[in-house]
Design a protein around this ligand. Structure first.
Ligand code: URA
Ligand code: SF4
Length: 201
């Protein structure tokens, strides 16, 4: 049987979809693979592509703050993404991040599903709509359905929350917290459920 580390090493040379062509690094994920809570984002951006680490850019810093506001950090949870390579539009010279296509998302399930299978988390927290559509249901509506428990094939339950990139954009537009307090509350809810489920035999 393949270990978690063998799975990670195998992913680093994946060329199963076109995102392989322009990537610098495959971003497999990091944190505690024994954690009862896994966070699944959309996909790597520029800084993540450069470093090979998930959520290290501006959105990642906001996520770290929301984890810290819950007394959590990256060693207490596991963090990964729907796709492991950066999705961007390169047609204008300066690459613009874009959501992964359905084909790219489908291709990258070859890593995400065994990864989740190996961690066997109690709770999955989907960060943003693409992740929720991939792991909860195709027609997931993030603004209406975030913060609610849903059945999930890969954990006891799944919850979705707003993406920190979305929150940063909203903060610029509306000059309020942009939904940051919802992100903090959703992480609190997901962590409490994960701990509760882990304590049950
Ligand atoms: N946004 C994501 O969804 N994932 C990352 O790793 C970074 C930014
Ligand atoms: Fe492979 Fe996923 Fe990268 Fe596509 S995005 S090349 S499937 S690791």
């Amino acid at each position: 049987m393949q270990t978690f580390e063998e799975l990670r090493l195998a992913s680093l040379s994946c060329v199963a979809c076109p995102l392989a062509e322009r990537r610098t690094n495959v971003v497999f994920g990091e944190g505690n693979p024994q954690s009862p809570l896994v966070l699944v984002g959309e996909g790597p951006g520029e800084q993540e592509d450069n470093t090979g680490r998930p959520f290290v850019g501006r959105a990642g810093q906001l996520l770290d703050k929301a984890l810290a506001d819950n007394g959590l950090d990256r060693e207490k949870v596991y963090i990964t993404n729907t796709v492991k390579c950066r999705a961007a539009d390169w047609s204008t010279g300066k690459p613009q991040n874009r959501p992964p296509t359905p084909e790219e998302t489908e291709a990258c399930r070859r890593w995400l599903i065994p990864q989740l299978g190996s961690i066997a988390p109690k709770v999955i927290l989907c960060i943003g709509a693409p992740s929720a559509k991939n792991l909860i249901k195709r027609n997931f509506q993030i603004t209406k359905e975030r913060g609610l428990y849903f059945p999930c094939e890969f954990a006891k339950t799944a919850i979705a929350t707003l993406h920190p990139s979305y929150i940063l954009r909203q903060q610029n537009v509306n000059r309020d917290d942009g939904g940051y307090s919802l992100l903090v509350a959703d992480i609190a809810k997901a962590w409490a459920a994960a701990v509760r489920l882990a304590e049950r035999l």
